[in-house]
Design a protein. Sequence first.
Length: 460
Amino acid sequence: MTRIISSAARFALGGLGIFLALANSLLAQNAATHAPLPNPRRPSIILIVADGLGYGDLGCYGQSRVKTPNLDRMAAEGVRFTSYYAGSPTTATAQAALLLGRDSGHLGIQDDSAPTLPLGAPTIAEVLKEAGYHTGCIGIWGLGGEGSVNVPPKRGFTEWVGLLTAAEAQTDFPEYLWRFDPPGEGKPGYDGKLEFPTNARGAKSKSASDLFTKAAANFIQINKPTSFNRYRPFFLQLNYALPRVTNLDSAEPYELAPWPRAEKFKAAAITRFDAHLGKILDAIKAAKQESNTLVFVTSTTGPSAAAGADPKYHRSYAPFSAGNLREGEIRVPLLVWGPPKVKAGEENYQPCAAWDILPTFAEIARAVTPERADGLSFWQPLQGRPQLRRHEYLYWQSPGTNGLMEAVRLGDWKAVRAKPGAPLELYSLTADRAEATDFAAKNPEVIAQIEAHLKSRRQP
């Protein structure tokens, strides 16, 4: 990424106050855009993605020790999904599956060592931008570094601030953030680093997650659909490194809890994420956009064991088992909030996955879902209506110690192939949520059906 403004303008933009005004939106430029005219009846969409938030980490999913009041409120006022799955147990692949609406078998990404996005596959942001939405990305990217063709501004996001790579996102107190705000009438734009020298040498001065939340609140206020904005709805993706990153300035409110230090900070990171979510809901209310904004909250993957934390200590796996492609690693929370459009207090038991997000957003935006997307929209059941199209099965692949692993969910059955050529293991997710008993020998017809699905799958 290159700088495109003068040194004087760079100095003016480099301050925290200007950073918090991230959403210096291209209002004048929007007037000249060739995108479709906005439809005021289409809601704005906010997608909030945690990193390493387990199914059992939220009160509304059974957590009793770690406090998540704002997420619990979302569940009470919206829809709570109980069979929603991450795109992969590895972060970059999971993020790509969500952005592209494709399962891990159709991404061409096998692990996080060289994350990328196929250039011919539209992202959520590209689909919504084409439909007339103003798009922004704030937070952790992880799918391409400096100079890559897969940075947010080149994949559909008009505005961007955050950290590009996983290596940059190992702390909540980075020494810089990347920012992109294109030039427009009356403003020079910005493309480069916002540096925070007070975070140098491990100092904990400016929290990235705090800055992301404040930037998101400003984005919501400035880009809300109004006559000034030509009633253009917005799409904001807000990616946190919490609760995977736990080097917070304190473990409050759990400093005095009788837990290991790592577990105090992990619990604090979850509650901190919940507090950020509450501030986003407050920003929506302050902008008077409660009736015209949909908020989706989920996690890239299952619970993190970073910084010495044990996901079993706070029951982050809930009733599920740990391990590559086991339920505890890929079944994650999904909450959808948006009164009055979303039916309040609903539980959705229908199996769905990260690759369903793109088609859902496309239907909300009245856009066209890309032809090769694997997902199906769940917008209708969010409104209390029946879902007419359902997945016949869900599929994952992931690198294991002995080669590529595969998993399939077919109804209430879960099949796992531990390595290439190995027989399928079969588990009942109703009778055995811990995946402890292999039912393959007693159900050859189910095994045959799943094998037929695997053989008929197309290649990426």
